[in-house]
Structure formats: structure tokens, C-alpha cells
Design a protein around this ligand. Sequence first.
Ligand code: ATP
Ligand code: MG
Length: 137
Amino acid sequence: VERTLSIIKPDATKRNLTGRINAKFEDAGLRIVAQKRIQLTPEQAGVFYAVHKERPFYGELCEFMASGPVVVQVLEGEGAVARNREVMGATNPKDAAPGTIRAEFAESVGENSVHGSDAPETAAVEIAYFFSGLELV
Ligand code: ATP
Ligand code: MG
């Protein structure tokens, strides 16, 4: 079965939305197989989002991801990467389909409540960044 890396971002943990977001994942057939609440440094966020290094919003994104606790999690299910991105909705909440996490909860294109891996290959790298083999069963 496919797995993907999900992050519930600081804007959502601040507003105590972890449970409501997790319910969306579970309702969509995604199983939460690993999960922990951590505080990132801007440097750790920068490594995670290194693909965006040249984008104008990179600095802002790293500061935001370190502005409060995040919940990192591994979601499992058939086509988990694509299914998760469906449930998340478009990056900009204004473009997100009704019922998606970003449509319901996101504050802005930057503070958009959740991250999800964009391909199975990226998912493997991102899962390994946060979880050891012993934490994954
Ligand atoms: P994520 O990678 O977090 O799952 P995504 O794949 O939908 O989101 P990306 O294009 O990979 O979107 O951008 C990564 C993150 O950078 C976005 O989720 C958002 O938090 C931030 N971001 C993207 N575009 C902008 C922007 N124009 N202004 C501010 N922040 C942005
Ligand atoms: Mg992305």
C-alpha cells in the first residue's frame, strides 16, 4: 500500500484543528500509521522545503513552519499521495474545492494548514526525514 508524508502546519495546530483535519483523512480512506507533534527550527524547515529555495516566499515559508508546533504524520492507503492531495485541496484556499481541508480551514496561500508529498518518490524522502524505521510499522 502507498504511503505519503503529511504535515499539519502551525496555523492549524494553533487553532486546535488536528482532530478535525485527521477526520478528513480518515473519511477519505487514509490511515494515520505514524504521527508526532514537533517544533521545527527555520533551518530544519528550510531543508525540508529546499526545492523552493529560489522562490520569493521561501524565507517567509521557513519562518512560518517554525512559528509553532507541527504534527508530522504518515498516511497510508491506495493511491495515498494523490488521495491526500485531493483531500487537501488547492494550495491557495480561494481555489480549493468545497469540502477540502484548505477550503474549510486555511487562512491564506502561505498559511494553508497542511502539507502533502507531491509524488511517491518525494514521499519516501520526506517520510525518512521525520521518521525512523522503528517508528513505522
Ligand atoms: P505543500 O508542498 O505544502 O503540500 P503545495 O504542494 O500545494 O503545498 P507548493 O507549491 O509546493 O504547494 O508550495 C509549498 C508551500 O509554500 C505552500 O503550501 C505554501 O505554504 C507556500 N506557498 C506557495 N506559494 C506561495 C505564495 N505565492 N506565497 C506564499 N506562500 C506560498
Ligand atoms: Mg508541494
